[in-house]
Structure formats: structure tokens, C-alpha cells
Design a protein around this ligand. Structure first.
Ligand SMILES: Nc1ncnc2c1ncn2[C@@H]1O[C@H](COP(=O)(O)OP(=O)(O)OP(=O)(O)O)[C@@H](O)[C@H]1O
Ligand SMILES: [Mg+2]
Length: 241
């Protein structure tokens, strides 16, 4: 099937207003090897998506191309009607603010404190310092990291860093949350807490994508869709009841 890019965009504008994310024939290659191959996926505003699949399947790559941390090799991605291929660099920070991303390797700034890592998101958006302070400490409290707000990331355990990464992803109340193995470094109790926390944002209307190879997480999540990928291709999508 071929489709004109302009028609693809028009479809989004006219018929599918509630679609937040559309991927059309997306390929991502590293060297000659496909990390994503022929991905077609429509995600509605407010949906909960669980991306599963074995190690190396392409889960992280899928989240990274949505966040524009990686460019697609072929294909198109629309986010809230905007074609990622055509976003000017001046508009990119505004688009990024719609997203909260938890990276699998956290990507915290090592020489900034826990507080500063989370506050940066709000400061970059021009929030007042009194608001920043209140909001950052509130989110850190929820993930159980408020007492370590002065710590530097390299002095924290993996699970502690992961909780800071989750706090940073949600502090700006993003409309789309992309969480890559957000509980991978946590014990089961902390994992459940973080999952419940992300679910609260979903209940408030955010579109939430969680990527994990841990199928146990699926059982403790709400209604949504499981998108199963292997070798860069969507194997199956199933509704979770
Ligand atoms: N920067 C890169 N350079 C080269 N190859 C890469 C790069 N990033 C990912 N890949 C390759 O793309 C494929 C998909 O990787 P990806 O990280 O998306 O998998 P994953 O499903 O997230 O795996 P895991 O469950 O282990 O996190 C893998 O074969 C990987 O080796
Ligand atoms: Mg991964």
C-alpha cells in the first residue's frame, strides 16, 4: 500500500481528531539492520499502551523515535497532528514539553542534584520559582525521593535513580508519557507504586505508553492495549480487559 504523505496528514486533521500518535510504515535502521520494520500504529488520546516483546525487539527504539531522540529511516510519524519530519528546530522544545520520557538508562544529569534534575523541566518552560519548588517536592515525595533531593544521581541506587527519572517525566503534566522499563530496577512493592503513579496520569487523561519485557506488569495495569513486538515488527495487538 502506498499513501501520499499529505493525504496521511489530512486524514488526521479531518477524520481522526482524537488520534494522538500515528505511525505509518516506520522503519528504523542502524547500519543495515532493522530495529523497527514497517510499523503502523494509531494511538488515541488517553489510551494506555503496553509495549511488550523480548530483549532486542525494538521497544526502546519505538519510544525513542516518538520522542525524537532518534530519527526514523523511512515512514512518517504524526504527533497531535504534527508531522515529526517537518518540525522546525525552533518548535521542537514546545513539542517535547508535551512528552514525559522515562529512559531505560534514566539519563539523569550527573552533576545536578535530584531536585535540579526534576526542576529543569519546569524552569525550561518558564514556571515561577515558588511553583517549581512546591511541585518538584510534591512529585519527589510521591516517588519517595524527597529526602534525597540534594543528592547527586551517581550517589543513588539504580532504583532511586529510576524513581527520579519517573518524577522528571511527569512533573510537567505531559499529555503523553513514554516510559521505558520504568520499573526495571525496582523491587515489586516500589514497582507497583510507580505503576500506580503512572496510572493516575492515565486516569487524568494522559496517553501512556509503557515498554517492558516483564509481562507481570501487564497484570497490574488498567484496561488498555498490548502491542507485542518482535524483531522490529508488531506481532499482535490485543485489548487488555
Ligand atoms: N544506537 C544503536 N546502534 C546500533 N544498534 C542499535 C542501537 N540501538 C538499538 N540498536 C539495535 O536495535 C535493536 C532493538 O533495540 P532496542 O533497544 O529497541 O530493543 P528493546 O526491545 O528495547 O530491548 P530491551 O528489552 O533489551 O531493552 C537491537 O538489535 C539493538 O541492538
Ligand atoms: Mg529497551
Amino acid at each position: 500500500m502506498t499513501m501520499d504523505v499529505n493525504n496521511f496528514e489530512d486524514m488526521n486533521d479531518t477524520n481522526n481528531k482524537n488520534l494522538t500518535i500515528r505511525l505509518f510504515n516506520v522503519n528504523k535502521r542502524y547500519g543495515g539492520k532493522f530495529a523497527l520494520k514497517g510499523i503502523n500504529l494509531d494511538i488515541e488520546q488517553g489510551e494506555f499502551i503496553f509495549i511488550s516483546g523480548p530483549s532486542g525487539a525494538g521497544k526502546s527504539t519505538l519510544l525513542k523515535v516518538l520522542y525524537l531522540a532518534e530519527k526514523v529511516s523511512e515512514g512518517q510519524i504524526l504527533i497531535e497532528g504534527m508531522n515529526l519530519a517537518r518540525i522546525s528546530s525552533s518548535k521542537l522544545p514546545f513539542l517535547r514539553r508535551r512528552f514525559g520520557m522515562v529512559f531505560q538508562d534514566f539519563k539523569l544529569i550527573p552533576n545536578r542534584t535530584v531536585y535540579e534534575n526534576v526542576a529543569l523541566v519546569l524552569e525550561a518552560a518558564g514556571a515561577k520559582s515558588s511553583f517549581v519548588k512546591k511541585k518538584v517536592m510534591q512529585v519527589l515525595r510521591t516517588v519517595g525521593m524527597d529526602k534525597k533531593f540534594k543528592a547527586l544521581p551517581p550517589t543513588l541506587s539504580g532504583g532511586e535513580q529510576q524513581r527520579v527519572a519517573v518524577a522528571r517525566a511527569v512533573v510537567g503534566d505531559p499529555s503523553i508519557i513514554l516510559a521505558d522499563e520504568p520499573t526495571g530496577s525496582l523491587d515489586s512493592k516500589s514497582a507497583q507504586l510507580i505503576l500506580d503513579f503512572l496510572m493516575e496520569y492515565h486516569k487524568k487523561g494522559a496517553t501512556v505508553l509503557i515498554a517492558s519485557h516483564n509481562l507481570h506488569l501487564l497484570q497490574s495495569t488498567v484496561r488498555g492495549r498490548n502491542v507485542e513486538i518482535s524483531e522490529g515488527t508488531i506481532n499482535r495487538t490485543a485489548t487488555m480487559l
